[in-house]
Design a binder for this molecule. Structure first.
Ligand code: UGA
Length: 408
């Protein structure tokens, strides 16, 4: 068993640290955010991840996992240091390495003896040599070290692979979203198309769910960073650019659908189901919900929003919306509901009750989790993504609630 330090107690670092501790290693998680570390020392997790709290509690109590903001304390006698800090997108789409630089510089000043530094965050080509040069420059003269790359779940020692894998998966998503918009206009069902495609083993079913596009801290940033690396090295990354454009359009299609049916969105009451970028996380980074909410607010719509776990985080960054205690409250009095995140909870809603709560039963299923026919039977005017029907403006627009009560 080893002594391990993990710098960055976020989505990657905290999970990595807790799992290593659970395997029997002695782990110190280090973060410069004092409030975050104080919380962790009291058992309060800064992120939601299924099962993580139990894992952290168990290992903290057994003494195998501890948290600190002090580099000196965290690195004393350590054998492995994992760098798991953020590498957000910079102005031009490049990976911003500021946090990695400051973590490695702080590390170099306190490590001694023999240490292996592990690049865990997704970092551009050449980072291994760059990290080594910082350690050589700032570390003690007798420091013996190696720098290795261990991007999550992917092959060690060849970090290009990580960017290419993520960009390929993002391409699969944008591909199926393009097929979805064709289906929508031509009357096909993208789910049937994706199922059929997936039966071909060379293609596979994974990452062929059409919807509002990819979000999160990985795909958007990695596709952008790869396109940036390509462009500054003399390539013309047309496919990657198209992938990003289709992803942007996927979110915007919600606006078009709502406008087709409601006309002006000014002062219209709209419910939003789901805020996190995908289910089972409270991560809001690059979440389609944030963009859709921004666009709706720019058109002066009134919004009622709900998410099963991301409400606390959302309250800190989303302003001017009403946060509701459940999906039914988000639907109350609304003229449209937009399902943004495919939480299981939203698959199991009492749809008749949901419909009864609304002023008009327009349902935009941004993740295709419901059966169109079933929802239409309940009385919803249902639109999925690429499910054969697109909203027509001419088909009797939804009138505002005062008039709706007389006509619906
Ligand atoms: C992704 C990769 O899947 C991991 O293999 C990788 O290790 C990780 O990035 C990383 O780079 O660290 P993650 O960002 O957590 O993992 O989330 P995914 O489950 O891949 O979903 C990404 C986004 O794509 C979500 O917004 C999801 O809703 C969307 N998506 C996924 C679709 O729109 N359609 C699909 O068919 C699949």
């Amino acid at each position: 068993m080893s002594t391990i330090t993990v710098t960055g107690a976020g989505y990657v670092g905290l999970v990595t640290g807790a799992c290593f501790a659970d395997l029997g290693n002695t782990v110190t998680c280090l973060d410069i955010d004092e409030a975050r570390i104080a919380g962790l020392n009291r058992g309060i997790l800064p992120i939601y991840e299924p099962g993580l709290k139990e894992l952290v509690d168990r290992n903290r109590e057994s003494g195998r996992l501890r948290f600190t903001t002090d580099y000196q304390d965290a690195c004393r006698g350590t054998e492995f240091v994992f760098i798991a800090v953020n590498t957000p997108s910079g102005q031009e789409g490049e990976a911003d390495m500021g946090q990695v630089r400051s973590a490695v510089e702080s590390l170099a000043r306190v490590v001694s003896g023999r240490v292996i530094v592990v690049n865990k965050s997704t970092m551009p080509i050449g980072t291994g040599d760059w990290v080594a040069s910082i350690l050589e420059r700032l570390g003690p003269p007798d420091l013996q070290f190696a720098v290795v790359s261990n991007p999550e779940f992917l092959r060690e020692g060849a970090a290009m692979i990580k960017y290419a894998s993520n960009a390929f998966l993002a391409t699969k998503i944008s591909f199926i979203n393009e097929i979805a918009s064709i289906c929508e206009k031509l009357g096909g069902d993208v789910k049937t198309v994706a199922r059929g495609m997936g039966l071909d083993k060379r293609i596979g079913t994974a990452f062929l769910d059409a919807g509002l596009g990819y979000g999160g801290s990985c795909f958007p940033k990695d596709v952008k960073a790869l396109a940036h690396m390509a462009a500054v090295n003399g390539c013309h990354p047309q496919l990657l650019r198209a992938v990003m454009e289709i992803n942007r359009d996927a979110r915007r299609s919600v606006m078009w659908k709502l406008r087709q049916r409601l006309g002006s969105l000014e002062d219209r009451l709209i419910g939003i189901l789901g805020l996190s970028f995908k289910p089972n996380t409270d991560d809001l980074r690059e979440s389609p919900a944030l963009e859709i909410i921004h666009l709706l607010r720019a058109e002066h719509a009134r919004l009622q929003v709900y998410d099963p776990v991301a409400m606390d985080k959302a309250r800190r960054i989303i302003k001017g919306v009403e946060f509701c205690e459940d999906a039914y409250a988000a639907a109350a009095g609304a003229e449209a509901l937009v399902l943004v995140t495919d939480w299981n909870e939203f698959k199991q809603l009492d749809m008749a009750r949901l419909k009864a709560a609304m002023a008009y039963p327009l349902f935009i299923d941004g993740r295709n989790i419901h059966d169109p026919e079933q929802l239409r039977r309940v009385g919803f005017e249902y639109y999925g993504v690429g499910r054969g029907q697109s909203p027509e403006a001419g088909n009797g627009r939804v009138t505002r609630p005062t008039q709706v009560s007389a006509t619906v």
